[in-house]
Write a new protein. Structure first.
Length: 117
């Protein structure tokens, strides 16, 4: 997958996780492969963390370690950006994105077993 396509995969994966019922979790193509790193058809919090770390550099177009609004508009709406930017400083850090992904993961993990199937 080229770096140009990573933001699209990130959007698909991150923004769709909370909408899934855990027992119907399916992610098409490379987005699913990026999340389920070991191919066991189960997504763990560690796999989500690895995914965020792997794709964050593609979102951070200028390489400053933060994603500002102009970089984020490729993937996130204004509302999503504001939600992820927990401290309201106008940029998203990898830590803030990871926190949001953890919250979304917890929401999607309907049976509370710590994995998404």
């Amino acid at each position: 997958m080229t770096l140009r396509l990573l933001p699209a995969a990130l959007a698909l994966a991150l923004l769709s996780v909370p909408a899934f019922a855990e027992d119907t979790l399916t992610m098409p193509g490379e987005a699913g492969n990026l999340l389920d790193r070991n191919g066991d058809e189960i997504i763990t919090p560690d796999e989500m963390d690895a995914f965020v770390v792997a794709v964050f550099p593609a979102l951070d177009a200028n390489g400053d370690g933060k994603v500002d609004k102009s970089e984020a508009t490729v993937v996130f709406t204004e509302v999503q950006f504001t939600q992820i930017d927990a401290n309201g400083d106008g940029v998203i850090t990898v830590e803030e994105l990871t926190e949001q992904v953890h919250a979304d993961f917890k929401t999607a993990d309907q049976d509370g077993d710590g994995v998404l199937k």
